[in-house]
Write a protein that binds this ligand. Structure first.
Ligand SMILES: [Zn+2]
Length: 274
């Protein structure tokens, strides 16, 4: 992904080892990442097909790069949805905040640990990236896996889009009065819609895409999901999902958004077949 010259979003908050601050996670955060990585054995770099072996640069350098990368990708989502909302939905877009945290942090959806994996909290309208994902970003910067990482950010922003459209609260209410199986089926539709919306984002940043980027995103859609992240992290608690679509469904819906660029094409709840 070509991000040179792309502005950085100001809606990024970096929370280091203790208090919240801007600019980097610092050595305390770095140590926490390494400790968490060691004790849980999570290799987040596998998310984008990396071997996790190319940790050549210093970590602080990688942090700065990854912060910049996240802020630039977030800026592209602001530009895309800031255009698509008025054009297709007749309303303005209010962008989310992106919180990059190390160790532990609080969200309006509860506490998140360093092993949380990316998630979106509708209650505070913030997307959260833990430093293990952050670390993976640093490792993959410019290494051909960057678009897959960008897709993950776009997917969390897509949940914010769903929240802006009132879909998250509606489905949440539905889920509450459903059996577990029915609730899971609703979650699948939410996730596939988010993948489709991510495809719309990708369709609007074609000018920034490099050879192989679309495949990277499709591959990521096949290989990673909230369930994958949760399983890797050995934990339960993301607010928005405990299940997902099949690989074919995920990549298929991403492709549908990418090909159509049309929010109306992403209505998974109206689809007979997923
Ligand atoms: Zn999701």
């Amino acid at each position: 992904m070509r991000l040179r010259g792309i502005r950085r979003s100001k809606n990024v908050e970096v929370r280091g080892g203790g208090g919240a601050r801007k600019g980097g996670i610092g050595i305390v955060g770095v140590l926490a990442v390494l400790a968490i990585g060691y004790f849980t054995g999570i290799d987040v770099s596998s998310l984008v097909g990396g071997t996790g072996s190319q940790q050549g640069t210093t970590v602080s350098e990688g942090d700065a790069k990854a912060t910049q990368f996240s802020a630039q990708v977030l800026a592209t989502t602001e530009d895309v949805w800031g255009r698509v909302f008025p054009e297709q939905l007749g309303r303005p877009y209010v962008p989310p905040q992106l919180v990059v945290f190390s160790n532990v942090t609080q969200s309006a959806c509860g506490g998140a640990s360093g092993a949380s994996g990316p998630f979106y909290c509708p209650a505070d309208q913030k997307a959260y990236l833990d430093t293990q994902f952050f670390d993976m970003l640093a490792q993959r910067m410019g290494a051909g896996g960057d678009f897959a990482a960008a897709y993950v950010i776009a997917h969390e922003v897509a949940h914010h889009v769903q929240n802006q459209l009132g879909i998250l609260p509606k489905v949440d209410a539905l889920r509450r009065q459903s059996s577990t199986a029915e609730a899971n089926a609703l979650t699948v539709r939410l996730e596939l819609m988010a993948d489709c919306l991510s495809g719309i984002w990708a369709a609007n940043v074609k000018g920034l895409m490099e050879r192989g980027d679309l495949d990277e995103a499709l591959n990521a859609a096949r290989k990673i999901g909230d369930d994958y992240l949760q399983k890797q992290a050995g934990r339960a608690p993301q607010p928005h999902t405990f299940t997902h679509g099949t690989s074919a469904q995920r990549s298929g819906w991403f492709q549908r958004g990418y090909d159509s660029g049309n929010v109306g094409q992403c209505d998974t709840f109206a689809a007979d077949r997923l």
